[in-house]
Design a protein around this ligand. Structure first.
Ligand code: T68
Length: 824
């Protein structure tokens, strides 16, 4: 039976590209620049999308399904053009049409800036979820911020990271629609007054505030092959125009200027921190800005075709992507009580049934807390509501635990109150104000339940659940690795595109010599593709026959890029001292952005580049190892990198990486995991089998045990392990920099001679030996071509669980309870 595919009119597309070039630029195809051609083609694709978009919205209006609002400060979407035509099932038609116009689709795709409205895993997860929601046919809105500048572009100068603004909107965004008609007002500051309404009720009102206009821009999110198009709605801030004159007349010129400044600053730039909260006032403003606009929109949309707002939660659910959108709890309360005259209890019932919270990290520096005075000054009415939520919750704690044997009620309040120590604890507000709390991998959820959020779990176990992360195979295989995608389809059909569990069928080929050869041949071609990119961008020639050992992710101490580069230094020493020893060539590939103010992370980047310089230019090494730092790691080059990886470095300190998703993307592309038993690695190893992964290091139990007992003394290892001593000494003996002191801070992080309990907080030296040994096992395994091919193939074959389609199904079945929208 031939499967139905979406119709796509290739000739119309061609005509519309020509027409667009003419009307947008007054040019012919011959005169147009590649950027202009890209714009023309993107607008032509948008035309095709809009039809599906309208059909979807019409069907949704008729069928009235429940909608999920995925609220997130970050959506790391990556380029849209290629992904859109893939999901429209029009990639080939578009490629052919463009060829007929003498345009290479790849060249065109490279014209698109990579929208980087996110830092890393959390933002990319949001993007994968939207893709899955549309593909599965559920109605969803992504709600976020249209940052003028996204994640900075990274330049490497003299080995150092330099941040360059990311002006992604410079040439406009052909896929977006400005929806002025849905603009909302968002209020900041001022004070709260009380009044009695016509019915004699006590009401509250914010006065003397500043106001900005929130204007939504809609981006289409296309389901694969089903015609469903959802909306990513990102908000921009604009000054309320007429106000300026009015207030000038009233002599309130100062305020008018302040409002204008506020509007111009609000959406200027994404905070570039991953797993770290800077606690800046503007950040809280950003949070309330997009949440207030989104909550108002959701309520108004519901009220268009329903009359009983007490049943709001039957048609809407808010998923809060970490604590950053948590003011949604109080904002929904405010709208229900102040705008719709709900009683507290009715508003609370609706709010808790609507909100759900996902935790993405246990890193202490990422826990969001706001000083009460700042919070109260900026959001006076919201603060009042949070204060009351807290009062009632503390009351509940006291009622539950007072008189219980062996329970210290004050300790419970200390650990769970929303307001404590003059701080607003956003995670606590999210847990109390919703009905679902989830971690992002089994181990992570267990750690939340047993340790980080233990008291909450004991008090309200029914709220807790796990949703192991996933990734979309449409972007990370079908688009990123067309050769492998085609091979998989030839072997098992194309069902995997929307049902990744079908990858299991590939297991039948694990011992098939021909299949193994084909698989490795494809990997080789992808390595050649990456080698070309590296030559072009780094000027370094790498050998595609060498093992491509890859660690790409944000730079953070807990992710332990430092462990990796120390191991490389050791390998370098080893080859220098034993030049004739058999050693299989390896290319170590790094890619990582460091938050602009994170000095240790930035210095680690410099170290990697300095080590690369020394090793790549040392004739004694003869190319046996190469080290490459890929500049400006982002979604678009990630697609090339994942496809080419042999080894996937997932080496975080056990217990610190909540899940990881790069691990899944590499597994999908047939890379073998070299990792600790952390985050989703645990589940990856479970799926693929221990014999098809390389696991090393302390377990999370062991790490947590050490932490409880004040750490360990790395000096003991330094003194007893000559390998470790030599490598560490090289950090400060001038081998990698003329200035011997340059890398001293990294040395001191590992060996804090003043305070040993502050030393090596991420257990790098503790895991060093075990890591070296795992690296050796990898090199041995790779030389057995058959064994490696089988392992790599089995990784691809075992990745079924890690589709974001599976994650979304679990959210739908267990938390959101959405209905599918049916298109005729
Ligand atoms: C990541 N978190 C987790 N945070 O580190 C990763 N933080 O293990 C997990 O796989 C991923 O989330 C998806 O669940 C982040 O990416 C941030 O980016 C972030 C941003 C702002 C403030 C704090």
């Amino acid at each position: 039976m031939k499967k139905k595919t979406l119709p796509f009119d290739k000739d119309l597309f061609k005509r519309s590209v020509l027409y667009n070039v003419k009307t947008l630029y007054r040019k012919t195809m011959e005169e147009a620049t590649p950027q202009e051609m890209y714009q023309a083609a993107a607008y032509a694709i948008k035309d095709a999308i809009v039809d599906h978009w309208m059909t979807t919205q019409k069907a949704a209006a008729e069928q009235d399904p429940k909608i999920v609002y995925y609220m997130s400060m970050e959506f790391l979407m990556g380029r849209a053009f290629g992904n859109n035509i893939i999901n429209l099932q029009a990639y080939k038609a578009v490629k052919d049409a463009l060829e007929e116009l003498d345009i290479d689709v790849n060249v065109l795709e490279d014209q698109e800036p990579d929208p980087a409205l996110g830092n890393g895993g959390l933002g990319r997860l949001a993007a994968c979820f939207l893709d899955s929601l549309s593909t599965l046919g559920y109605m969803a809105y992504g709600c976020g911020i249209r940052y003028k500048y996204g994640m900075f572009r990274q330049k490497i100068q003299d080995g150092y990271q330099v941040e360059v603004p990311d002006a992604w909107l410079e040439n406009g965004n052909p896929f977006e629609l400005r929806r002025n008609e849905y603009a909302k007002e968002v209020k900041f500051g001022g004070y709260v007054t009380m009044y009695t309404d016509d019915m004699g009720r006590t009401m509250f009102k914010q006065e003397g505030y500043q106001v900005v206009k929130a204007v939504p821009y809609d981006l289409p999110v296309i389901g694969y092959g089903n015609g469903v198009v959802n909306t990513l709605r990102i908000w921009d801030a604009e000054p309320i125009q007429c106000f300026q004159l009015d207030s000038f007349d009233k002599g309130d010129y100062q305020k008018a200027v302040e409002q204008e400044n506020l509007a111009s600053q609000l959406c200027e730039v994404l905070y570039p921190n991953d797993n770290h909260i800077a606690g800046k006032e503007l950040r809280l403003k950003q949070q309330y800005f997009f949440i207030s606009a989104s909550v108002q929109t959701a309520v108004q949309k519901y009220m268009q075709n329903h009359d009983d707002l007490r049943k709001f939660y039957e048609k809407a659910v808010f998923q809060l992507n970490d604590t950053h959108p948590t003011v949604a709890v109080a904002e929904l309360m405010r709208v229900l009580m102040d705008d719709y005259q709900f009683s507290w209890d009715d508003a609370w019932d609706v709010t808790t049934k609507t909100c759900c919270y996902t935790n993405h990290t246990i890193m202490a520096e990422a826990l969001e807390k706001w000083p009460v005075d700042l919070f109260q000054r900026l959001l006076p009415r919201i603060y009042q509501i949070v204060d009351e939520i807290n009062r009632r919750f503390v009351d509940q704690i006291m009622r539950k635990y007072t008189g219980s044997a062996g329970i210290d009620v004050q300790a419970k309040i200390r650990s769970m109150a929303i307001l404590y120590d003059n701080q607003v604890k956003m995670a606590h507000l999210a847990i109390v104000g919703g009905h679902s709390v989830n971690g992002v991998a089994k181990l992570h959820t267990e750690i939340l339940e047993k340790r980080e959020l233990k008291d909450f779990y004991e008090m309200m176990p029914e709220k807790f659940n796990n949703k192991t992360n996933g990734i979309t195979q449409r972007r990370f295989l079908l688009h990123a690795n067309p050769l492998l995608a085609e091979w998989v389809t030839n072997k098992i059909g194309d069902g995997w595109i929307t049902d990744l569990s079908q990858m299991d069928k590939l297991k039948a080929f694990a011992n098939d010599k021909k299949a193994q050869n084909e698989f490795m041949e494809i990997k080789f071609k992808n390595k050649e593709r990456l080698a070309k990119y590296i030559l072009e961008h780094n000027g370094v020639k790498v050998d595609p026959k060498s093992i491509f050992d890859v660690q790409v992710k944000r730079l953070h101490e807990y992710k332990r890029q430092l462990l990796n580069i120390l191991q490389v230094i050791h390998k370098y020493n080893d080859i220098k001292t034993h030049p004739s020893k058999d050693f299989y060539p390896k290319t170590y590939i790094f890619g990582a952005k460091a938050a602009a103010g994170y000095l240790t992370a930035k210095l680690t980047i410099k170290l990697i580049n300095s080590v690369a310089d020394v090793i790549n230019n040392d004739p004694d090494i003869g190319g046996k190892i190469k080290v490459v730092f890929i500049e400006d790691y982002r979604v678009s080059n990630a697609e090339l990198i994942f496809a080419a990886a042999d080894v996937s470095e997932q080496i975080s300190t056990a217990s610190k990486e909540a899940s990881g998703t790069g691990n899944m993307k590499m597994m999908l592309n047939g890379a073998v995991t070299l990792g600790t038993l952390d985050g989703a690695n645990v589940e990856i190893v479970n799926e693929v089998g221990e014999e098809n992964a390389f696991i090393f290091g302390l377990t999370s139990q062991e790490v947590m045990e050490y932490e409880k007992n004040g750490g360990y003394n790395p000096m003991d290892i330094y003194n007893s392990d000559p390998n470790v001593k030599k490598v560490l000494d090289m950090l400060v003996d001038g081998t990698f920099s003329e200035d011997k002191e340059l890398f001293r801070p990294l040395y001191n992080c590992l060996l804090n001679t003043i305070n040993s309990s502050k030393a090596d907080q991420y257990f790098i030296l503790k895991d060093f030996e075990s890591y070296l040994e795992a690296q050796k096992r990898i090199s041995d395994a790779y030389q057995d071509k058959k064994r490696w091919a089988k392992m790599a193939l089995l990784n691809t074959a075992s990745c079924g669980k890690f589709s974001s389609d599976r994650t979304i199904k679990e959210y739908v079945d267990e938390v959101w309870h959405l209905d599918k929208v049916e298109l005729q």
